[in-house]
Design a binder for this molecule. Sequence first.
Ligand code: THU
Length: 128
Amino acid sequence: MDELIAEARKARENAVAPFSKFKVGAALRTAAGKIYRGCNVENATYGLTVCAERVALLSALAAGERKFTSIAVITQSPEPSTPCGPCRQLMWEYCGDIDVALANLGGKRVDHKLSALFPFPFNFTLEE
Ligand code: THU
């Protein structure tokens, strides 16, 4: 996980956060061990902002990846910051119950399973 956090730290350097100044980096590991990075990208409408976790996930999916084991997220905050609700939903749908490592720049780290962060997910199933 240390390597994944280091990758997230590098990803954070590319964050586009002129409005909030809150830069986030994420690194998502595939089952085969490949790492996809993401950073938050803000825009002038604010509402179209995309979180670092989603950038990493969507970039991995667009590259054809479908199986994931873990994600690291790093922020500059007194305590490691937890992913927003929409990111939790998307991670759950596409990654399942992966390991989530949350870190801050100062070296604090908290580990969770995604199921602990997102205990009652929306699952799309139709009754017969
Ligand atoms: N942000 C993320 O990148 N990931 C999260 O899980 C929560 C928030 C970003 C969005 C925005 O650019 C900034 O952090 C402040 O909300």
